[in-house]
Design a binder for this molecule. Structure first.
Ligand SMILES: Nc1ncnc2c1ncn2[C@@H]1O[C@H](COP(=O)(O)OP(=O)(O)OP(=O)(O)O)[C@@H](O)[C@H]1O
Ligand SMILES: [Mg+2]
Length: 390
């Protein structure tokens, strides 16, 4: 028999400590308690602890300081933060700082148990060897803004925090979603992507949650949904701003309960999926006009990664252009790999409404049009609309 996992509960309210200790002991954990951050740190120094569940507001060392201390000294011990609804922005910051998850008070004991279970599971797999030599796509990030994006990706890749990627079309949202997966300890498990754009409600729901035979006309077999297929790995939902309200409710439930129910089934299945979503719509506006739920938005953007348009990060233009030239030259047996001063000026002056994708297309066109001997991109290779009117 395996030893009991040891959970440390930190809260200055005696009733909360009692309730949590009773509930966690009952499901088979050994629960330690501390009434403040100092006591918690002393316990961590003297006892084995597998997971910390801490309140935020406490006299002395508060929950966030405790979390940072745990991260610095016991990096393999996951920390779950309990916070009041009003302080979600700080909780989100704590996830960036490495907290495993946050729970809003008043909490539901079932939800607490599930999060603890997931946290303990995550800390086990964090020790598992990572896949090496994964075919991560080249990710160019020379500009200060994109370096900041890359730092955030590295920081949050391994947490199970839900991530919302925003940015205009063609800024690299899909690349970032994939990178989040490849840099995480889930990289050996599945990466599943689905675009929610223009999918009618019933089709979207059967794609997401799956169905059992006979759930509706045409359901001839049991079929797992994308959540199940992505179990243990990452699910990327693109164009999340487009999902219909009833599906939003179901998605919120899945995120809270960490379980899904196939259409027509009446038995939920536990799942462990890291959700990454993307949108080029402004979700805040969608919330205001009533087409998107506020509570779901909060759940989705525990961490938001915003990709600025290419015209606002000129430092990336040249390295991206050369990267694409090299790639398409290889594919097409050409030698066009460098950019002339004059054409660089043009590339920098243009506004790139289609962002990186438009630059990529322009470089592909240039390579295809280039002569076999051409090594340097000149104005002749560039499409007319990119060049300033003569
Ligand atoms: N930083 C980057 N480094 C290298 N390639 C990139 C980078 N950003 C984007 N790309 C390339 O640009 C193209 C567009 O990127 P992607 O499909 O991720 O954009 P998107 O934001 O998802 O666009 P949309 O909103 O239209 O779905 C892809 O071919 C991608 O590989
Ligand atoms: Mg995309």
């Amino acid at each position: 028999m395996s030893e009991k996992k040891r959970v440390l509960v930190v809260d200055d309210e005696v009733n909360i400590r009692r309730i949590l200790q009773a509930a966690l002991d009952k499901v088979g954990y050994h629960t330690l308690i501390a009434e403040n951050g100092e006591t918690a740190l002393n316990l961590l120094r003297s006892e084995a602890v597998d997971c910390v569940l801490t309140d935020v507001t406490m006299p002395g060392i508060d929950g966030y300081e405790l979390q940072r201390a745990v991260r610095a000294n016991w990096p393999n011990v996951p920390v779950v933060i309990m916070t009041a609804y009003g302080t979600i922005p700080q909780a989100v910051q704590s996830i960036r700082d490495g907290a495993f998850e946050y729970i809003t008070k008043p909490f539901d004991l079932d939800a607490v148990k599930k999060v603890i279970k997931a946290a303990l599971k995550g800390s086990e797999s964090a020790h598992a060897p990572k896949a090496i030599g994964k075919a991560t796509k080249t990710f160019i990030a020379d500009s200060p803004q994109m370096q900041e994006v890359y730092r955030t990706i590295q920081q949050v890749a391994d947490s199970r925090a839900t991530i919302l990627i925003t940015g205009e079309s063609g800024t690299g949202k899909e690349v970032v979603a994939r990178l989040l997966h490849d840099l995480s300890s889930r990289s050996t498990a599945a990466y599943v992507a689905l675009s929610c754009a223009a999918l009618p409600e019933t089709l979207l729901e059967s794609e997401l949650f799956g169905y059992v035979k006979g759930a509706f006309t045409g359901a001839d077999n049991d079929k797992p949904g994308r959540f199940e297929t992505a179990n243990g790995g990452t699910l990327f939902l693109d164009e999340i701003g487009d999902i219909p309200t009833p599906t939003q409710v179901k998605l919120l439930r899945v995120l809270q309960e960490r379980e899904i129910e196939r259409l027509g089934a009446n038995k939920p299945t536990q799942i462990d999926v890291r959700l990454v979503t993307a949108t080029n719509r402004d979700l805040g506006e969608a919330v205001e006009d009533g087409s998107f739920r506020l509570d779901l938005m909060y759940r989705l953007k525990v961490v938001e990664i915003h990709l600025p348009p290419l015209r606002e990060r000129k430092e990336d233009v040249m390295p991206l252009a050369e990267h694409f030239l090299a790639k398409f030259s290889r594919e097409n047996g050409r030698v066009l790999t460098r950019v002339s001063e004059e054409s660089l000026g043009v590339l920098l002056a243009y506004t790139w409404p289609g962002n990186v994708r438009e630059l990529e297309n322009a470089m592909e066109r240039a390579v295809v049009l280039a002569g076999r001997e051409d090594q340097i991109l000149t104005l002749d290779h560039l499409p007319k609309h990119v060049k300033p009117a003569a």
